[in-house]
Design a protein around this ligand. Structure first.
Ligand code: ARG
Length: 296
């Protein structure tokens, strides 16, 4: 018999019916220890753990206003574990576990595997030969009908067919061409009410055309370079609420004009590692579903 508490009576609650759940990792062991993206260059050991903790807690507080949060324990030797978006991609109780491109992050895979196992998820592995960096590079459209999937700097295009097979979903590849925007969630965000925020220069011409074929001009929120480098696209969007790093007044006004409620949280310490609000969370659409069903 399982020792886990049974928290859900029914297998799968529809997404919109309940408060969403996210996975976060406290920044007790966060640091910039190596350079695997351009933001980390010149920032090795330059972040303040105290300030990082304050910023992370503000993000946690803002998020728990509108969502539930599960926590995974940080582990020695994995300073980037705070960026739980890269743990994998979860949907309907199944986790496609990340297979990190850089050796520096590969130790995280076992830690996240244990957490997902203990929480009762079904885990599917993506082979080492075809790196895949989880939700950092794979974002469902808000209606769930397609999976936008980045490739280039980290995730390989060859990993995408595993995703379409796992969930029988249309996977739309987007080629990332600017090393500063090395994960899809650094330059693209599908938003509620079928809006999208994106930094056009991060994509090759055909990927940009794909995005713009899906989103009509009235639904496009185009991000300029100064806001893009503030990680403006790296948002957590729950209904009308958008939680993100500090951005320009102009962009805040624009989002408010589209009826979004903007919640800025300064995340400067995490920008030094190349991440912000969205990188620090992973969406769990079916928390502990496996636990509930396997125990019944
Ligand atoms: N230092 C981390 C890396 O380079 C940052 C990860 C940011 N995560 C994200 N989902 N964009 O892998």
């Amino acid at each position: 018999m399982s020792t886990q508490p049974i928290e859900l009576a029914a297998p799968l609650a529809p997404l919109a019916a309940s408060r969403p759940t996210y996975l976060m990792c406290p920044p007790r062991l966060y640091d910039v220890n190596y350079v695997i993206n351009p933001w980390m260059a010149g920032n090795v050991h330059s972040s303040s753990r105290e300030r990082a903790a304050q910023q992370w807690h503000r993000l946690y507080e803002a998020l728990t206003e509108v969502a539930d949060v599960e926590l995974v324990e940080p582990q020695p030797g994995s300073p980037d574990m705070v960026f739980t978006a890269n743990a994998g991609l979860e949907h309907h109780g199944i986790v496609a576990l990340s297979s990190f491109f850089h050796a520096e992050r590969q130790a995280e895979e076992q830690h996240f595997r244990h957490w997902f196992q203990d929480a009762g998820y079904t885990i599917l592995d993506i082979p080492r030969e075809t790196p895949f960096e989880g939700e950092g590079d794979a974002l469902f459209s808000t209606d769930g009908t397609r999976l936008w999937a980045g490739h280039g700097p980290r995730t390989t295009a060859a990993s995408h067919h595993y995703l379409s097979k796992i969930w029988n979903v249309e996977v739309v590849p987007l080629h990332l061409i600017d090393p500063r925007f090395y994960h899809l969630d650094t330059c693209f965000a599908p938003l509620e009410n079928n809006y999208a925020m994106y930094y056009p220069q991060a994509f090759d011409a055909s990927s940009l055309a794909t995005i713009e074929a899906f989103y009509p001009p009235s639904k496009r929120i185009i991000i300029n370079e100064p806001d893009a480098t503030r990680f403006a696209c790296n948002v957590i969007n729950i209904d009308r609420t958008i939680i993100l790093n500090d951005i320009s007044r102009e962009l805040t006004d624009q989002l408010e004009d589209h009826c979004f409620h903007v919640v800025p949280v300064s995340l400067s310490e995490f920008l030094k590692a190349g991440g912000a609000a969205k990188c620090l969370v992973m969406r769990l659409s079916a928390a502990k579903v496996g636990t509930a069903t396997s125990s019944s």
